[in-house]
Design a protein around this ligand. Sequence first.
Ligand code: GDP
Ligand code: MG
Length: 708
Amino acid sequence: MSIQVALAGNPNCGKTTLFNGLTGATQYVGNWPGVTVEKKEGKYKEDKDIKITDLPGIYSLSPYTLEEVVSREFLLNGNVDVVLNIIDGSNLERNLFLTTQILELGIPTVVAINMLDVIEKRKDSINYKKLSKELGCPVLPISALKNTGIKELMAEVKKVANTQSLPKNIYAGKVLNALNTIEASLPSSIEASRRFFYAIKLFERDDKIEASIKSKAEASVIETVEKSMDDDSESIITDARYTYITSVIKDCYKKGSKEVITTSDKIDRFVTNRVLALPIFALVMWFVYYISVTTVGTIVTDWTNDVLFGEIIPPAVDRFLDAIQCADWLHGLIVDGIIGGVGAVIGFVPQMLVLFFFLAILEDCGYMARVAFIMDRIFRKFGLSGKSFIPMLIGTGCGVPAVMASRTIESDRDRKMTIMTTTFIPCGAKMPIIGLIAGAIFHGASWVAPSAYFVGMAAVIVSGIMLKKTKLFAGDPAPFVMEMPAYHMPRVVNVLRSMWERGSSFIKKAGTIILLSTIVLWFLQEFGWEKGAFGMVDDIDHSILSSIGQTFAWIFSPLGWGDWKAAVASVTGLIAKENVVATFGQLYGFAEVAEEGNEFWGQLSASFTPLAAYSFMIFNLLCAPCFAAMGAIKREMNNTKWFWIAIGYQCGFAYICSLIVYQLGSLFNGGSFGFGTIVGFILLIVLIYLLVRPSKESDTAEVEFAVK
Ligand code: GDP
Ligand code: MG
């Protein structure tokens, strides 16, 4: 008979470490709260009948955050036989809050007090027997890290799998009485074993349950109870929980004489210091960036691009294809299409791995959690969380890992907002576009590149402020509590695993999409109607790509660049942003172009006014990112509707910004006042209105800072 075990506990209590130990899995363990967002499943390696699910870390079962909802739903509907509640033994009091809620579910529960090694080091003493009696369920000490007590724990889990116990005795006095009153008034249709739980949830004002048991009787019961206690039900319950927890702690726990974690506090006094925090952070980031992007990163990227995918692979494949007398078109597809396209993307991988390596170290040692805290105050002002900073930082390199990094943001709202706006930051692949416009149109003016970053950042800020006020992102701001894990030396396994997990999923996801799209693009570009017949074309003007381009080029006329070549370049930019320059090169008849495409600067500046060129640049910087990044957005949003909202918003926002810049810019450049100008003005006014209109909700989300 199989047993379904759910691992539940606070963030950072060691769930994933235990899960990996039990199942032999190699899930990513992070010293960073909120690393596990999806639930993960596995089997106990010593007994395959025991199925284990690692739930996201949560502080309570209230439905405030995505993690809480995922965990709650799973515990309630997932046919869980045993809840294995893991408690960070060095943080008993806070961890027990969730325990009280889990026990109320009426599902057999085993409590594992983790971090036994820390407890022993601190010389704390916990009376497990007494605690077990108080909680009404088995309590066992373990160390997930040192692998102590695990066998005993699992034996106990097996034992309780089939016992049903309702720990009604956990609350003393008036709260229990109040709950009993409510329970008595519940409709008899509710299963007996769930009644007590429903009573509590009803008392705590759970919307879903309230809707499912709608009767005036209950509402009046609650009212009576609240009146007699002179407080609202939620605080009565919370208060009762803490009163209970305090009494349990007093009975079962003795703080040791030794204070151990002070090293962490000492470092924090320095690192999160009001004055020093930002300079230290800037220094750390500069160093990471310097190594991974400027020096080592560039060397490895140049090597993969120029040597591996330039001098080694293509000639070798060429020789091989010649040897087997491969058809010309297939040869072209493989070498120019697939190796060229996929190679351009794979070229970024080594650089990304170096960056991921450093980020993994910062994350594992505990610094990243502090960064989020330091940045939160600033980012919260425009609707983002401090944790949005990391994705944006990574976004200057590549949007794919940036979008993936948003996973560490617990709040659903903040995460979605971050996913939607991160790719506004110019990534490495957009640099050639900026270089092209700056070089060909603005004679290499030094303000163009910084202005592109400024446009990107402004787009993030404006979007944040604007979106925060819309219905999509409305709702009570979830209070977000962030736990500062103790610093420790980064562990090699963790760092490598984190680096590999991010890197490999990039290769896999990006590789498949890029591969497919390069094949399609190559086909569209190489084939068409020429001399009355369909086949491979000599002149790209006859290709399918050009026919397609000509049908939709008009869309971009209001932005100043309705030319089909520019339209096609923007579309191929969706495959990879580097394609924009390469496509221009091909469309203007240069097969080989350098990164900035100096060869056709002349032709380009003849077909673009400076304003149109700038509008073209803005559009390409802000519109939907490349397919690889879109794939990441789809994956991280995990919801088709939200994916389209994000892509639609990005394209719409890019279009509007470019239109305003081009139309109003033309007017101030001595152009004439026309219909487009009016539209430009209206859009600008709408944009300003959306920015300054009063917010419907008062954003009172405050950060709480809990040091472990
Ligand atoms: P989760 O957020 O609950 O999944 O926690 P993780 O498994 O990611 O662990 C959080 C941190 O606690 C990691 O740095 C672990 O190495 C550390 N950790 C887990 N179990 C123990 C333990 O028994 N003793 C000590 N000292 N550290 C532990
Ligand atoms: Mg975890």
